[in-house]
Write a protein that binds this ligand. Structure first.
Ligand SMILES: Nc1ncnc2c1ncn2[C@@H]1O[C@H](COP(=O)(O)OP(=O)(O)O)[C@@H](O)[C@H]1O
Ligand SMILES: O=C(CO)[C@@H](O)[C@H](O)COP(=O)(O)O
Length: 580
């Protein structure tokens, strides 16, 4: 039931394909939601799945004007739902990570003098030095990444300092390429924002500082020192010099809560927001996801969307080139651990579509039957060979390899790893142990084995006598609706308290943004996000247990082939042209 009074909080998620908005009460009940789907609602921009792709250069980018139009449209949709904007006391939100927006000096002036009778997109036409923002799927910056890794002598050192080795999509290498290709446009740029601080700026009516967590997705911020890394800033813009880039980047706000200032008058006059509504720092979409529930250390979140991400909150800072560390978005002294894969839902769909069409209306029925009836690792008996595969229809980030499919097998103890091929149904090729139906379980196992391999040093034993593993595993995103995937996640990754699904599924980032706004405004002196949200969160309404999680026998079987899985990746990597 929608309450008639009391404060409300608004959370946004500006992701690749959509802008979502969610409004909640102080006690965390969701009362209004609206979204704009870029392909469905704003196809006039000519984008597909929210972006433009220039295959020749491996560039992926989105029009900034489309995002501005989406802001007015999503608010208009909330108006149509009767949203009482005057009750909203705080706004926060999430943006897809790494993307950068290039503002002209006129941009800030225009932001501060918007007329309520005209749209954002019409009034901010002259605000940007560049009309596009690079998207996280962009892979055009291999040369720049090599320079970033070399600048601090190794990818290990870069990961130690910035939380990650160099990645194509990270903002530092992107700025370096931008500066090289468009030096005039760089000089015409007065400020650079991330997508999160871009959206916050629009609501604030002036350029917002970077958020303490999202800034870690740039390969420019020294996490331990809490400052920009000068050598990396200099590398990114060469002759234009350190000070030029420092000025364009501006400051980083250490406090993830509080208010950066009141909402811009544009929104007060156009939509009826209260002039006292505060704008809290916005963060990246992955940091916002871990705020969608009071995630404890040792709990893990797996987002099964277009991409797959694996997230944990941890007090330990143990960076490594194989993964990412970010500052926690709300809590000093905590960090967010992240793995991010390009091949998630799409790769699973490819395998699904190669199988016979199911007779039921559930497109996943055949896939799920095979994933559940195939034995772990495709072993017909405990002594038969284990099947291990890599299924990457897109070039992958983890590991950094070209598109391709590779199938291997090894002995149950992980020894004797050998490449194998798919047995063609038509040919009676009995030399290969792999059939097409083995792929259904194998692809999910492969995706989750990669998570287990890379998170193994971050987990410890949840209680005496149990091996190191996560306590609870929370699934979010489209794939979390699939019971077969949930089962395999538990089999491979464990989870002593089981596998759970977050009821808001695809809205986790926007919800995390809304929770952040509640905490930002209502926190008592020194009260942490975990304390405030932990007290108000009602587990039974928010999450559902969908799988058993840890079962010792099957979990150990996967443990025995973990080294072989790693070796398979190494062999595939060694075959990459650049590594020969
Ligand atoms: N029942 C299901 N089983 C497995 N995958 C599913 C199911 N329903 C949706 N998906 C997958 O979810 C993905 C989209 O998830 P979503 O979280 O909406 O993506 P995004 O990251 O774009 O926000 C698609 O790749 C789709 O294949
Ligand atoms: O690049 C990363 C994380 O490093 C991605 O997780 C993006 O942040 C995803 O954005 P959406 O697909 O949700 O828009």
């Amino acid at each position: 039931m929608i309450t008639q009074d009391g404060p409300l909080y608004l959370g946004f998620d500006l992701s690749t394909q959509q802008l979502k908005a969610i409004i909640i009460t102080s006690d965390l009940s969701v009362v209004y939601e609206a979204k704009v789907d870029f392909d469905a609602d704003l196809s006039k921009y000519g984008i597909k799945k929210g972006v433009f792709i220039n295959e020749a250069e491996r560039e992926v980018y989105a029009p900034v004007a489309m995002w501005l139009e989406a802001v007015d449209l999503v608010l208009h949709r909330l108006v149509e739902k009767g949203t009482p904007f005057e009750r909203i006391r705080g706004i926060s939100g999430a943006g897809q990570q790494h993307g950068s927006v290039y503002w002209r000096s006129t941009g800030e002036q225009l932001l501060g003098s918007l007329k309520p009778e005209e749209s954002l997109v019409d009034q901010l036409k002259e605000a940007f030095a560049h009309p596009f923002s690079p998207n996280w799927q962009d892979a055009s910056t291999q040369k720049e990444c090599d320079a970033f890794d070399a600048a601090l002598l190794s990818e290990e050192t870069l990961a130690e300092v910035t939380g990650s080795k160099a990645h194509h999509r990270f903002t530092g290498p992107q700025i370096m390429r931008f500066h090289k290709l468009r030096p005039e446009v760089y000089r015409d740029t007065s400020r650079i924002t991330l997508v999160s601080s871009f959206l916050a700026s629009v609501f604030l009516g002036r350029i917002a500082p970077f958020d303490i967590s999202d800034v870690c997705g740039m390969n420019l911020w020294d996490i331990k020192a809490g400052t920009w890394n000068k050598a990396l800033l200099k590398l990114a813009v060469g002759d234009d010099g350190l000070e030029s880039l420092k000025g364009k980047l501006g400051t980083v706000r250490e406090d993830g809560g509080g208010s950066m200032g009141p909402i811009s008058r544009y929104f007060v006059q156009r939509y009826g927001f209260s002039p006292d509504c505060g704008i809290a720092p916005f963060t990246g979409d992955n940091p916002a996801s871990i705020l969608a529930l009071p995630l404890r250390p040792l709990d893990a979140m797996v987002s099964l969307g277009t991409s797959t991400t694996f997230l944990m909150s941890t007090p330990a800072y143990v960076p490594n080139p194989a993964y990412h560390f970010f500052n926690h978005p709300t809590t000093a002294g905590l960090y967010m651990f992240m793995l991010c894969y390009k091949n998630g839902g799409l790769a699973r769909e490819r395998i699904r579509d190669a199988l016979p069409k199911p007779s039921s209306s559930d497109p996943w029925a055949t896939f799920n039957t095979h994933a559940l009836t195939t034995a772990p690792l495709g072993q017909s008996t405990l002594s038969s060979p284990a099947k291990l595969g890599l299924f990457f229809p897109l070039p992958e980030i983890v590991p950094n390899v070209r598109a391709g499919t590779w199938r291997y097998n090894c002995a149950p103890d992980g020894s004797n790893l050998q490449e194998t091929k798919l047995r063609a149904a038509a040919q009676q090729d009995t030399s290969s142990p792999w059939g097409l139906i083995d792929d259904a379980r194998a692809i999910v196992e492969s995706q989750i084995l990669s998570l287990r391999l890379r998170s193994k040093n971050l987990v410890h034993s949840p209680s005496e006598g149990l091996p190191p593993q996560p306590r609870r595993i929370y699934l979010v995103g489209g794939g979390s609706l699939n019971p077969a995937i949930a089962r395999v996640v538990g089999d491979v990754l464990g989870g002593t308290e089981g596998v759970w699904r977050l009821d808001v599924g695809g809205n986790a980032c926007a919800l995390g943004g809304a929770y952040k706004a509640v905490w930002a405004v209502e926190r008592r002196d020194g009260e942490s996000f975990e304390e405030l949200i932990g007290e108000r969160w009602r587990e039974s309404e928010a999450v559902e247990k969908i799988g058993e999680g840890y079962r010792a026998d099957v979990w150990e079987r996967y443990g025995k082939v973990l080294d072989a899985f790693e070796e398979m990746e190494k062999r595939v990597l060694a075959g990459e042209e650049r590594n020969k």
